[in-house]
Design a protein around this ligand. Sequence first.
Ligand code: NI
Length: 173
Amino acid sequence: MAILDILRLPDPRLKQVSSTVERFDAALRDFVADLEETRLDGPAAVGIAAPQVGRFQRIVIVDVSGRPKTPNHGYLVLINPEILHWEGFAMGREGCLSVPDYTGNVMRATQIRLRAQDLEGQTHEYDMEGYEARAVQHEIDHLDGLLFVDRVVSRRTDLYRRKVYAPRGGQGR
Ligand code: NI
């Protein structure tokens, strides 16, 4: 197990599109264990995607079970995830390990139907809503080279500098 280095904006590798996972082997399981350890390091994130640690394969982990009163499926390793159906939309605040200094308001579908493989390559389908659906959409964006800052309507009004990281006299925009 190891904590992996996280790529941060403006690293151009974050724009890379990740490739499909084809081998469901011990190396994949070892990588996912490291990815999970990395997700839990520091203030635990609700999700992480493989390209955030420089591995450009379609692998994400999502776990919103620590958030109260949020319908969820617990800890999920989602390999080659694909959204089959979207419904509704809502604005919500998002953060990202690759964008440590900002949060932002992003429009996302409120309900999704998701298909993904597990670590053994078995295919599952999930109906998700609310914060879990939002987290999955955020992580899948990473697989397509997109960050939440690419989705805000206005970088001037919809991005917020995290106070805890704000340098003295720094200005959010
Ligand atoms: Ni992210």
